[in-house]
Design a protein around this ligand. Structure first.
Ligand code: NZQ
Ligand code: ZN
Length: 392
């Protein structure tokens, strides 16, 4: 096991109706004005935003608001948010929504105290200081409620890039599984795919014998395989929603990756798809991740056999381990298809002829991207080609 630090300072406020307490939690961190940041309208329609405002008002907190965050959040709204916070002397940001809203809130939080262009942080500069943020989560997916990461798309050139810093971790995150019951089945499935991808990015490692982390990863994956079809069949299944919501946090606050190397190439490769086509991140991952697996499995056949047998319940074929590894990947793709995810370019709305553009935008050039298997630009092109034509 490699040496590690594990830091997850967020206070998680979990359960039915807990958003009515958010005023009290904001009060711990804000002495001044709060910015409530939200998305395209689901939180307005459901009445959640009104309940949040009431909670803040009841706690004597003054606030201003900025809605309109799009999925795959844009830099343009971040600039607006930074300006608004400075003008109104905002000292705390409350994100009410999913990964896109939270990531936009984090970008604004980093941008307010910074004299330069906030995009510097998405071009390699480390975030040292940010306004504190809180979260009321409405979709189990990105894990941004527990992570220090934020991903933003620059409209000019459609460049999607991330940043990460412990100062961007939320002070508190309210996780009420009931809030996710209004999600369309497609968004629920996109979220489930993203959660599983966050685990797989950490499961495929070159560090041997970190049994505890393997088993934690498998616990999350097995939970997702069991619970996702239950919420697709019955969106109001609270227990299944609750398990998924907590799994989404556990998958991405860092716990299931400690003590060993990680991959993250599927995320990098996917981000080019959601940047170019504005598709849901989870849907892009459903197309990319099994294709990446097919491309790299020979690097460590036994690790793929472990996934196949422990997560998907495949029989181990000791005479021909490769067949077990491939069966595991097929099971994953079949599972994704079964919950309504696209599995190839056509189903996603991507075009094979765009592959050279996607590869170029990823920016590997003549070098390699590190990970479980280091990838050259040609390797990435090959993964996109597998994804373009994938079938069950
Ligand atoms: O905008 P509204 O109207 O709220 O609608 C949203 C949006 O259309 C809707 N929605 C959310 N909660 C709902 C709901 N609709 C009905 N009822 C509810 N309760 O769902 C749609 C998707 O929302 P979004 O926030 O985009 O989803 P998600 O949480 O999957 O976030 C995706 C973004 O997060 C990034 C992705 O790249 C993508 O930009 N990621 C962020 C990470 C991080 N910060 O740690 C890690 C991830 O790997 C990921 O890259
Ligand atoms: Zn993700």
């Amino acid at each position: 096991m490699d040496n590690f630090n594990f830091y997850s300072p967020t206070e998680f406020v979990f359960g039915k109706g807990r958003e009515s307490e958010c005023g009290e939690y904001v009060k711990k961190y804000s002495k001044g004005k709060v910015l409530i940041h939200y998305g395209g309208g689901s939180a307005v329609k459901s009445g959640l935003l009104d309940r949040v405002k009431k909670s803040l008002t009841d706690s004597g907190i003054s606030f201003t608001e900025l809605g309109g965050v799009q999925p795959n959040p844009r830099d343009t709204l971040v600039y607006k948010g930074i300006e608004l916070c400075r003008k109104e002397n905002v000292d705390f940001i409350l994100a009410v929504g999913g990964g896109s809203v939270i990531d936009s809130a984090k970008a604004i939080a980093a941008g307010v105290p910074y004299e330069g262009d906030f995009w510097d942080f998405y071009s390699g500069k480390h975030v040292e200081e940010a306004l504190p943020i809180g979260v009321v989560l409405t979709i189990a997916a990105a894990g941004s409620e527990g992570s220090g990461d934020s991903v933003i798309t620059k409209e000019d050139g459609l460049i999607k890039r991330g940043t990460g810093s412990d100062v961007l971790r939320a002070k508190f995150s309210v996780l009420d599984p009931e809030l996710t019951q209004t999600l369309p089945a497609y968004q629920t499935a996109c979220g489930a795919t993203d959660i599983m991808a966050h685990v797989f990015e950490r499961y495929f490692t070159n560090t041997k014998e970190v049994e505890i982390t393997d088993r934690l990863c498998e616990a999350v994956l097995i939970t997702m395989v069991k619970e996702t079809p239950r919420v697709i069949a019955d969106p109001n299944n609270y227990e299944a929603r609750a398990n998924i919501m907590w799994a989404g946090m556990v998958a991405h606050n860092g716990l299931v990756g400690v003590g060993r190397s990680q991959d993250w190439n599927s995320h990098g490769i996917e981000h080019e798809l959601s940047a170019l086509y504005d598709c849901a991140h989870g849907a892009g991952l459903a197309v990319i991740m099994p294709s990446w697996m097919e491309f790299v499995y020979k690097h460590d056949v036994m690790r793929f056999c472990q996934m196949a047998t422990r997560v998907f319940g495949c029989q181990m074929n000791f005479e021909d381990p490769e067949s077990t590894a491939l069966e595991g990947i097929r099971c994953f793709r079949r599972f994704l298809h079964g919950i309504g995810m696209p599995i190839n370019f056509e189903e996603l709305g991507a075009k094979e002829e765009d592959i050279p553009v996607l590869v170029k935008k990823l920016g590997i050039g003549d070098g390699k991207r590190g990970g479980f298997v280091s990838l050259s630009s040609d390797d990435v092109a090959e993964i996109y080609k597998i994804a373009a034509k994938a079938s069950l």
